[in-house]
Design a binder for this molecule. Structure first.
Ligand SMILES: NC(=O)c1ccc[n+]([C@@H]2O[C@H](COP(=O)([O-])OP(=O)(O)OC[C@H]3O[C@@H](n4cnc5c(N)ncnc54)[C@H](OP(=O)(O)O)[C@@H]3O)[C@@H](O)[C@H]2O)c1
Length: 245
């Protein structure tokens, strides 16, 4: 296991599913992890789950609230002055055929899935550059297979994932020279509360053991972060080895 002692991480979506596993994993590997989420109860339980030797610092905020994001970034900068790893796992999901999809849902997914990670990254760039100049830094974006090829009923969500893929590709070319790597992970179905809801909506039996596990994704993030600073993986496709259909 690589030790991330002394590293400062920011993980969004840390109150649920994939982000939660990533936050716990990085803290277990020694990092100081700023764990961002909206749900206070789940933030509290996350803090109790942490096993160290790193530290979990729960931060309650809505990432679509610009003022809240500015305050959180100021707090992180005051405490550390650097961010070694920024992992975006927060996001909203809804599905509907174009006939039935609402523009309100489109705006909500754009705000949570594109504007929010864009704004947070933008504000943390100076802190990422500090770490980039001192051993290297990472921006890791948890994306979806829907960010590669959109299926029916996912026009809005898939559009946000394509947007984030483009954001990552453009950002990488701007900040690689500052010692900052940018990776996109395109995930297939992963056993999380979100996926359980999707299976229920589809009227299908939920068999989480047939899906990717959130801890599998956390392992991958730890691997990416642990790569030597001379190497960068830009994009990965992670699919369930077994299939639920
Ligand atoms: N599960 C899958 O099968 C799958 C497949 C492909 C890609 N992904 C991607 O993986 C990521 C995580 O998915 P998941 O399944 O772990 O989702 P999840 O269980 O639904 O968790 C979503 C997380 O996002 C946070 N969040 C949403 N909107 C927010 C906002 N406005 N401000 C702050 N936090 C917000 C939630 O916080 P609160 O709960 O505190 O509100 C929660 O922690 C997503 O980007 C998703 O697109 C998932």
């Amino acid at each position: 296991m690589t030790s991330f002692a002394g590293h400062v991480a920011v993980v969004t979506g840390a109150t649920s599913g994939i982000g939660r596993s990533i936050a716990l994993r990085l803290a277990a590997d020694g990092a100081t992890v700023h764990a961002l989420g909206r749900d206070q109860e789940r933030l509290d339980s996350l803090g109790k789950k942490a096993t160290g030797p790193g530290t979990l610092v729960p931060i309650r905020l809505d990432l679509t609230d610009d003022a809240a994001v500015t305050s959180a970034v100021e707090l992180i900068l005051e405490q550390h002055g650097r961010v070694d790893h920024l992992v975006h796992s927060a996001g909203a999901y809804s599905s509907a055929r174009v006939d039935a999809a609402t523009l309100t849902e489109l705006d909500a997914q754009y705000a949570a899935n594109v504007r929010a990670p864009y704004a947070l990254t933008q504000r943390l760039l100076p802190a990422l550059r500090v770490a980039g100049a001192d051993g290297g830094a990472d921006v890791i974006i948890v994306n979806s297979t829907q960010g590669l090829r959109a299926g029916a009923g996912t026009s809005q969500f898939a559009a946000t994932q394509h947007a984030m893929r483009a954001f990552a590709d453009s950002l990488r070319q701007e900040i690689n020279a500052d010692g900052i790597r940018v990776a996109t992970i395109h995930l297939g179905r992963t056993a999380t509360p979100r996926q359980e809801t999707i299976f229920a909506r589809e009227g299908r039996a939920y068999t989480p053991e047939l899906l990717l596990q959130a801890d599998d994704v956390a392992d991958l993030v730890a691997y990416l972060i642990g790569l030597p600073p001379t190497a960068e993986i830009t994009e990965l496709h992670l699919r369930p080895a077994k299939k639920s259909y």
